[in-house]
Design a protein around this ligand. Structure first.
Ligand code: SAM
Length: 228
């Protein structure tokens, strides 16, 4: 999968992609992330990318021309499945959307800044708008990284069996059960006996019950009516 991210602060994007699972995904050739500095498409000697908003009011807006030129250059090279704008008024990003996006080949993520991007880019280029939650961040870089990580870890071969995404929260509309590691007794706080029993059927049953209990307590909205 290839993901292109367009940003005015590309420096924010590099480090999180150079470690751990995202680094491995790229090294294995399963994920390509290309970061584009919008200023390279800026206008005039100062590489201007933002301007005052029509109608007055505080806050700058990312101009349509640099964004359109950057998008046109990318779209001339390949076909994109989705052009996604990260925005607080978008559809709330969740595991189902991450699953859907993980099946795509080429994605563009646009990180906004200041007051956001000119509405005409949203109308004429953007195919999907995603929010990572009901709060406002300074820029779309962190949301873009959230999407890259959530989607990238689902690509076949990125996670090994031990960390398989199938057992994570939300994959089956259940939260994940509790997990423990050594020592079995820490300050007198004991690991549940069943996990030390070696009885894999019983362990699976226990994990399912715990997942159900946790989901009922914390996120009953995820359960079908008969399980609530
Ligand atoms: N004026 C916009 C509004 O009220 O909806 C907020 C603009 S915000 C300060 C600047 C940029 O950060 C946005 O263009 C968007 O790309 C990004 N952003 C901020 N919060 C976000 C969120 N919850 N989800 C996705 N992107 C977000």
């Amino acid at each position: 999968m290839r993901i292109d991210i367009i940003s005015v602060v590309p420096e924010l994007l590099h480090s999180p992609l150079q470690h751990s699972i995202m680094k491995r995904a790229q090294e294995k050739g399963l994920l390509e992330v290309h970061i584009h500095d919008l200023r390279e498409f800026g206008i005039g000697n100062y590489r201007q990318v933002d301007d005052y908003q029509f109608g007055g009011g505080a806050g700058m807006v990312l101009m349509p021309e640099p964004l359109a030129n950057c998008l046109d250059a990318l779209m001339a090279e390949r076909t994109y499945d989705e052009i996604i704008y990260l925005t607080p008024d978008g559809e709330t990003f969740n595991q189902k959307i991450a699953n859907q996006l993980s099946l795509k080949e080429n994605l563009i993520l646009i990180a906004g800044h200041y007051k956001g991007i000119d509405e005409r880019i949203r109308e004429h280029y953007v195919t999907r708008e995603l929010s990572i939650g009901d709060y406002v961040l300074s820029g779309g870089e962190l949301p873009a990284l959230v999407v890259v990580d959530a989607v990238g870890r689902l690509l076949p071969g990125v996670l090994n069996d031990e960390t398989s995404a199938l057992f994570d929260s939300f994959q089956d509309d259940l939260l994940a059960p509790p997990v423990y590691t050594r020592p079995a007794d820490f300050r007198g706080w004991k690991v549940p006996d069943v996990l030390l029993s070696g009885n894999f059927r019983k362990i699976e049953e226990w994990r399912y019950e715990q997942a159900l209990k946790r989901t009922r307590e914390r996120r009953p909205d995820l359960l079908p009516p008969e399980e609530e």
